[in-house]
Design a protein around this ligand. Sequence first.
Ligand SMILES: Cc1cc2nc3c(=O)[nH]c(=O)nc-3n(C[C@H](O)[C@H](O)[C@H](O)COP(=O)(O)OP(=O)(O)OC[C@H]3O[C@@H](n4cnc5c(N)ncnc54)[C@H](O)[C@@H]3O)c2cc1C
Length: 480
Amino acid sequence: MLMTPHAYLDSIRQRGITVWFRGEKLANPVDHPVTFPAANCVAETYRMALDPGTQGLMTAPSHLTGERINVSNILWRSRDDLLRRIEWERAVARRTARGALRSPGLDALNALAIITKRIDRERGTDYRTRLDHFLRETHEHDWALSGAMTDPRGDRTKSPSQQIDPDLYLRVVERRRDGVVLRGAKAHQTSAPHAHWHLVLPMGCRSGEEDWAIAAAVPSNAPGLYHIYSRQPGDDRRVEGSEIDVGLAAFGGCESLLVFDDVFVPPERIFLNGETTATRDLVHYFGSFHRHCYGGCKVGIADVLIGAAASIADMHGVLERPIIQDKLTEMVHLAETMYACAVAASARGEPVEDVWIPNLALANVTKLNVTRFPFEIARLAADLAGGAMTTLPSERDLRHPELGKVVRKFMSTRSGIDPEDRMRILRLLEYLTHGMGSTYFLHESLHGAGAPEAMRIMLRKEIDLAPHIAAARALAGIER
Ligand SMILES: Cc1cc2nc3c(=O)[nH]c(=O)nc-3n(C[C@H](O)[C@H](O)[C@H](O)COP(=O)(O)OP(=O)(O)OC[C@H]3O[C@@H](n4cnc5c(N)ncnc54)[C@H](O)[C@@H]3O)c2cc1C
């Protein structure tokens, strides 16, 4: 059953989620000037699933209940599901200048579906049955899930059991007859303060690190669970209440440090418990699925930035100049290259167990481009914006009874352009290139789903150079 955006926001308000924000506990994670745009952004995925204009894109039949559900919670059953994913990720991002909000949860579900089926076959466990029960409930309730894999990780050269503090990777500290107790944290958790459940996944573990090899579904109101909400550049402006100065008032994003202070999990919510050999594949699938989606969501943000850059050029009277058109064309080329890789990864998708997955090599190529191209797109946007993007007076100056006239006079450009509109576009450009939104367009593009080296490692694993070498040797006339 699809939830309305209002019902979704109310469900998060009433869920009793513990969120700390700048040293204070919030009454709820929705009704604060900084948190509301992020919550509203998740709500947009609910809104788009009900909007007749986007419902076809944003919903699909549940293979468990037969009802139409949000695409954020489906198991991919066909190549078309993978192709469509890139379209809806781009559509959500174009509408919100954010994206991938519920995507870590979606990727966690699909990665777990494969891994649990595999382990059950090998070891006679019943993890997939448990996951299917959870999935059915998720479909019935239209829950928002977070996908929580990244541990704080301490010394990056050491594995979980070698850290100075064993809690630097989330772990089982107690095994009881009625379940397990988890201690530690997950870092950088996208939209986690606005999720109903967290899908917790382990990072790579070795033999002897069974306590760290834990995957589970944890309700966001579980006793012992709390968030420390991230700061973002310029988030204070939301508290000031200025609509123009924030750059984007309606939507935003958020991450948190999700702390597990001895959180109990019953067996029916556990999907991996000590099977260290499965953790590496889980990391590869989850990481690669998430990298694939960036070819949709980051392109949607690029669309907005290109639109803003074209608008400011138009306001400055230079839009039709060839040099400006060249720069805009370069931005479009970079954006569509990211998109093309993701579409290709979908088109070359294949079934693994009962889930369709994107081509892993191309999914990683997609994300490797995403670690670079948004920075160049942002550089070109800043070039087209001019210095005013970084030196603009405030909205208060604009509204001031005396200064306002001066601001309007000197912010004027050509005939027919309202100086206030120019200020709005410049603030949006600032938001996306070095304000709150740059967290997503630039820095999540770089690190989300893994730092660039993670993609290169996957490419080395996925791409066999032997046929390339054979082709070269044959053409060079080398026989063996
Ligand atoms: C905005 C945002 C949202 C995110 N959302 C989620 C989410 O929803 N769920 C989730 O699970 N995670 C999430 N992440 C986490 C993301 O997956 C990690 O940031 C990413 O995997 C990189 O890990 P790290 O931040 O610890 O950086 P590091 O791994 O410390 O990387 C920093 C640098 O060190 C290098 N490095 C690391 N280890 C080694 C080594 N052993 N040898 C040599 N070099 C090394 C890296 O290549 C990189 O250049 C999010 C991150 C961001 C920024």
